[in-house]
Write a protein that binds this ligand. Sequence first.
Ligand code: HQG
Length: 179
Amino acid sequence: MHDGRTVRVSKYLSKHLRHEPGRIGLRLDAAGWVRIDELLAAAAAHGFPFTREELDHVVAVDDKQRFAVDGERIRARQGHSVPVDLALPPAEPPPYLYHGTVARFLSAIRAEGLRPMNRHHVHLSPDRETATRVGARRGRPVVLAVDSGAMRAAGHVFHVTGNGVWLTAAVPARYLRFR
Ligand code: HQG
């Protein structure tokens, strides 16, 4: 399977497992899972056929391990805009986490902190390098440090996904370091 095809299948999975399952007639369960045979049939019926072997390959090599397969079912590990309850337990964050963004959002972020926007959570990275890559999706990256230790002490709840992305409901501006 060549890289272009892998990326196309991965993007297709992200779109339908996180954002628009209904577009191909799929229904995710409460925790975001869908049967793999139903997904393959729905994709084929909507003009994007791929095989179970291709799906397994994409899940295995995905650069961010975006998908989890459990027997005959699959879900996205995070990043949903449709309502799902990932049932992730609360986790103890490291003292600092990082958020990659771009300059044009900074005045709003200074005023209102980090908000989840279209997703369920604010996504935070464990290191500056990862946050830099996240910010670079939108332009020249700006990395903010988050005082996650102080947030935790103040009662904010964090979760960590199986692929190392940290999630929290929102980050008030006072916990952000802009330089
Ligand atoms: C910004 C990708 C204005 C925030 C990545 C970001 C990540 C605000 C954008 C994952 C704001 C939301 C998530 C505020 C936050 N005012 N702008 N108050 N608060 N923002 O895509 O963190 O490839 O929802 O800085 O690698 O960029 O999809 O979040 O720029 O892990 O697996 O609003 O998505 O992973 O954008 O990215 P997003 P994100 P995947």
